[in-house]
Write a new protein. Structure first.
Length: 337
């Protein structure tokens, strides 16, 4: 049976505020828990007005406090910006407050433009080259690797509890898949970032997986954008906001937030822009419940996974709620809860 989970980036629609978007994220978490979704993850982005926050660990605490059963996590924490020890402390505290419900998704991407990276890493050596060592450090602090010599041996990531968050490595290429396999960690491929090569990366991950001291086997999922509406035509109309937002992003243009479909200048797109829209459609599934269910099942079969995480980016929050409701009905998620 296919599990569905949620990635919410807290997009700020045109005419709304970041606070309103944050409150909608919390409302969406409460709704998707009732509908039977398995996880609710929040992303990290910096120096942007189009997305509502930069600190998933803070929002995790707010969402977990408003829900009861759904797993809550980061998709993800951009580890090269931070001390692995501090991240371990933050997420061990979350695990202590909400035991058995916290996921720590880790990424190596900057989550913003170079100026934000420089500000986040000011005064110390940063960079993705440190990332594999940082992940190993985290596992050491969580006690999920064999105990041995460590440059901070005996250091405790408080609070001292018997459990640890579930750690996932996130990636849009084979590099993170390889690292996850080497360290015995779960892996999520971000097809919503890279529409190609994901199935091969997940296959290689499984083939090279080496269990860590937890003894768990390989666990992989795929994350993709999805817009579901009552009809294919309505879903396409809603998706025009997505198409335009990502065109602007690729062109380095700032927007005043996600536009409503009626404001998208579809008639003025150049042939190259239309080509880019079609290319970006590899990152999203759009349509009626029947159409989206078929495509997600096909995607799950391609990846050989039993879990897909969907992110829905539309202007209207009611349409966003409806999208998740229709998916839950199509996959009968209530029977899995």
């Amino acid at each position: 049976m296919l599990r569905l989970s949620v990635l919410d980036q807290t997009p700020v629609p045109e005419g709304a505020t970041s606070r309103e978007a944050l409150l909608e994220t919390i409302e969406l978490a409460k709704l998707t828990e009732k509908l039977g979704y398995h996880r609710f993850w929040m992303s990290e982005h910096h120096n942007t007005t189009g997305l509502g926050h930069s600190s998933p660990e803070v929002l995790i605490a707010a969402v977990a406090a408003q829900t009861n059963t759904i797993r809550v996590g980061s998709g993800g924490v951009m580890l090269p910006h931070y001390s692995a020890y501090k991240v371990a402390e933050n997420f061990r505290l979350l695990e202590a407050l909400y035991p058995g419900r916290i996921d720590l998704g880790l990424g190596r991407a900057p989550g913003g433009m170079p100026i934000a990276t420089r500000a986040l890493q000011e005064g110390r050596m940063g960079g993705v080259d440190r990332y594999p060592q940082q992940v190993e450090d985290l596992l050491h602090y969580f006690g999920t690797v064999p105990k041995g010599d460590h440059r901070f041996g005996g250091l405790i990531a408080s609070p001292a509890i018997d459990s640890a968050p579930e750690v996932w490595l996130l990636g849009s290429s084979g590099d993170s898949a390889g690292l996850a396999a080497d360290l015995g960690l779960s892996f999520s491929f971000a097809q919503f970032i890279n529409g190609a090569g994901g199935a091969y990366a997940v296959k290689a991950y499984r083939e090279h997986f080496t269990p860590n001291v937890s003894g768990t086997g390989p666990q992989a999922m795929v994350s993709i954008f999805a817009i579901c509406a009552d009809t294919d035509e309505e879903a396409e109309r809603l998706a025009s906001s997505f198409d335009y937002q990502f065109l602007l992003l690729e062109q380095g243009k700032l927007s005043g937030g996600l536009l409503p479909p009626e404001k998208v200048p579809t008639g003025s797109f150049t042939p190259i822009e239309r080509m880019r829209i079609q290319e970006n459609r590899k990152r999203i599934v759009i349509g009626s419940p029947e159409t989206v269910k078929y495509e997600l099942l096909r995607l799950a079969d391609t990846y050989g996974t039993n879990e897909i995480m969907v992110a829905t980016m539309v202007h209207d929050f009611a349409a966003k709620r409806r999208s998740y409701e229709l998916l839950a009905e199509a996959f009968v998620l209530a029977d899995q809860a």
